[in-house]
Design a protein around this ligand. Structure first.
Ligand code: HEC
Length: 149
């Protein structure tokens, strides 16, 4: 009889415990993921990429074979950091090789992006899809643009 009472007691706590576990889980998930979405340092850069680049370069930065070179994992991107401000503002129209593949289609110029926006989009593509490169400042963009302005 004593045993039975204890068993009942444990059972009556179960639904409460289950609810509590779910609430704790939900809080954990919210706190883990909410800051990752909201405080991304590349948020404006990402938005600019979606608006001005993604049509050609894809959401995931991958190549459109033979037409559009990849930005994700691009050796050209890594080797041409100093030329990026000019490339983004004035486009590119010359034969290039990216990760061993030849490309030669015109990338149009984009004169609506300010120097700050160029810096933001560069920092986004430099650090998206597993890419890693040093931070590019507004001053570095100004310096880079001297080559073509
Ligand atoms: C209309 C299509 C189009 C748009 C829009 C476009 N690009 Fe490109 N991009 C190209 C093409 C085509 C090339 C190759 C140009 C060549 O062969 O001369 C290229 C080359 C590049 C390269 C150098 C090659 C590489 O893959 O590493 C980078 C970096 C790049 N684009 C970034 C951008 C960024 C950032 C934007 C947005 C601000 C953008 N592009 C918008 C078509 C486009």
């Amino acid at each position: 009889m004593k045993n039975l009472e204890i068993k009942n007691d444990v059972d009556s706590h179960r639904p409460k415990q289950a609810k509590l576990t779910i609430i704790v889980l939900l809080y954990t998930i919210t706190f883990l993921f909410a800051p990752a979405c909201d405080s991304s340092p590349y948020k404006q850069g990402k938005n600019l990429y979606v608006t001005h680049c993604q049509n050609c370069h894809q959401e995931d930065g991958n190549a459109v074979m033979g037409l559009i070179p990849p930005i994700a994992g691009s050796d050209y991107l890594a080797a041409n950091q100093d030329n990026l401000p000019c490339l983004i503002r004035y486009g590119l129209n010359e034969p290039i090789t990216v990760n061993g593949m030849p490309y030669h289609h015109e990338m149009p110029k984009n004169e609506v992006l300010s120097e700050t926006q160029i810096a933001n989009v560069i920092n986004y593509i430099n650090n998206a899809w597993g890419n890693k490169a040093d931070f590019v400042s507004y001053d570095m963009v100004l310096e880079g643009l001297k080559k073509c302005e």
